[in-house]
Design a protein around this ligand. Structure first.
Ligand code: FE2
Ligand code: FE2
Length: 243
């Protein structure tokens, strides 16, 4: 278990361990058939399309905090995300990928079930989970930018003017970094396990141990989801290669 005297740094270290593992598996995209890379994007789109409902739930849970700026930040994030799933869907359609033609992939449904379970009812657990997923969003846009570039290049289509490039670049030019940083402000300086839950003025303050637990659970859920996604991609590739 990783602990530092700064909860945001602790969660970052946990996240880095998870993302470094996935990045290593995706370092050489030539290992994957195009159909599998297309499929990975369709599954990532599922998160994009659920994101606003996760944020709305999280904002409702954050209302229990004494510090109202936590809810305000999540609502700012929610407003910013509105319309993004449609943009992503259109960008994928440009290269011939129809997200609605998808077959259900149970690990994705299971992942969403676990994330949604972390967003309510405990506000500290929600805050830790949200910080972890917003941090991972930067990594996701980076790897899916690379995947997009790879499949567009394989299709001999135009990458530099593509909506997929615009979509990922827009997120990577500060949007996701600010989602992470603005939530991180509430977690910097807290440490686990020295900070105990306190109740103040009819509302909740941040319980660092619970926030850590929420982040840890969210990162475990993301690690498992990515493991399942990549396993499925490998299996589908070998099936297609054998056909
Ligand atoms: Fe977005
Ligand atoms: Fe975000």
């Amino acid at each position: 278990m990783i602990f530092t005297d700064d909860l945001a740094d602790t969660i970052d270290a946990l996240n880095l361990r998870f993302t470094a593992g996935v990045r290593a598996e995706l370092a050489d995209l030539t290992r994957f058939l195009t159909a599998s890379l297309d499929w990975l994007m369709v599954e990532h789109f599922q998160f994009s399309s659920r994101n606003t409902s996760f944020l709305a739930t999280a904002a409702g849970t954050a209302a229990a905090f004494v510090d109202k700026s936590i809810e305000a930040e999540i609502r700012r994030n929610l407003a910013e995300e509105s319309g993004h799933a449609q943009m992503y869907k259109r960008a994928l359609r440009d290269i011939g990928i129809e997200v609605d033609a998808r077959l259900e992939f149970p690990p994705t449904a299971y992942f969403f079930h676990k994330i949604s379970g972390l967003l309510t009812p405990d506000p500290s657990r929600m805050l830790g989970a949200m910080y972890a997923t917003e941090t991972a969003a930067i990594f996701e846009h980076e790897v899916f930018r690379d995947i997009s570039k790879e499949v567009i290049t394989r299709r001999s289509a135009d990458w530099s003017g593509s909506r997929l490039k615009q979509f990922h670049d827009m997120h990577l030019s500060g949007v996701e970094q600010s989602h992470k940083d603005e939530l991180g402000k509430f977690l910097h300086g807290l440490s686990v396990p020295t900070v105990a839950m306190t109740q103040a003025g009819g509302g909740r303050t941040i319980d660092a141990a619970r926030a850590h637990d929420g982040a840890n659970n969210a990162i475990d859920a993301m690690t498992l989801w990515w493991h399942d996604l990549l396993s499925e991609a490998y299996v589908a590739d070998s099936r297609r290669s054998a056909a």
